[in-house]
Design a protein around this ligand. Structure first.
Ligand code: NI
Length: 166
C-alpha cells in the first residue's frame, strides 16, 4: 500500500498474447506468489504489473479457515455484473496491506466473465465468499484497495488483535 501502481487502472490483455511466454510467466508468478503467501487471491498490479490479470482459489486457506473452497482460477480482462442489489459485509485482508483486516460490504451475488489462461471464456454466477474474493481482486485492477471500501472505520484493525487465533 502506497505504491502508485496499486492506485492505477490496469491495462487490458490482448487476447492473442495470452499464450505468449511473457503472459504465461506472469500467470505462474501470480499463482506461486499467492500460494507462497497463503493468499485467497492475487492481482497482477500487486506484483508490479499493470495488466488485467487476477488469480484466486484454494482448497483450504489458513488466512480464511472458515470459508468454503474456491476452484483455482486465472481470470483475464474480468467483467463483474451484480445480479441484484443485495450486499453483505465481511472481513477482508490483502497481501498488499499486511497485518490488517477490515469489514467490507460487497455484492452477495454476481456474474463474472473473462478469459482463462488458454484464452477460453469463463462465465460464472457465484455468491458469498467466492463473490467477495472476485470483487476484491477485480478492485485491484481499478486501483482500489479494500480499505477504501470500508464504510465503518471502527471495523478496521490489526489481524492479531481482531483475530488472535489466526
Ligand atoms: Ni488484495
Amino acid at each position: 500500500m502506497g505504491e502508485p501502481l496499486l492506485l492505477q487502472q490496469a491495462i487490458q490483455v490482448t487476447a492473442e498474447t495470452i499464450a505468449s511466454p511473457e503472459i504465461q510467466g506472469i500467470i505462474q508468478d501470480l499463482l506461486d506468489t499467492m500460494k507462497d503467501a497463503n493468499g485467497a487471491g492475487l492481482a497482477a498490479p500487486q506484483i508490479g504489473i499493470s495488466l488485467q490479470i487476477v488469480v484466486f482459489g484454494f482448497e483450504k486457506n489458513e488466512r480464511y479457515p472458515n470459508e468454503l473452497p474456491i476452484p483455482e482460477t486465472i481470470l483475464i480482462n474480468p467483467v463483474i455484473t451484480p445480479l441484484n442489489s443485495l450486499q453483505e459485509s465481511g472481513w477482508e485482508g490483502c497481501l498488499s496491506v499486511p497485518g490488517l483486516r477490515g469489514f467490507v460490504p460487497r455484492y452477495e451475488n454476481i456474474r463474472y466473465q473473462g478469459l482463462d489462461a488458454h484464452g477460453q471464456i469463463i462465465d460464472r454466477t457465484v455468491s458469498g465468499f467466492h463473490a467477495r474474493v472476485v470483487q476484491h481482486e477485480c478492485d485491484h485492477l481499478l486501483g482500489i484497495l479494500y480499505p477504501m471500501q470500508i464504510e465503518d472505520m471502527t471495523k478496521f484493525g490489526f489481524t492479531e488483535v481482531l483475530f488472535p487465533n489466526l
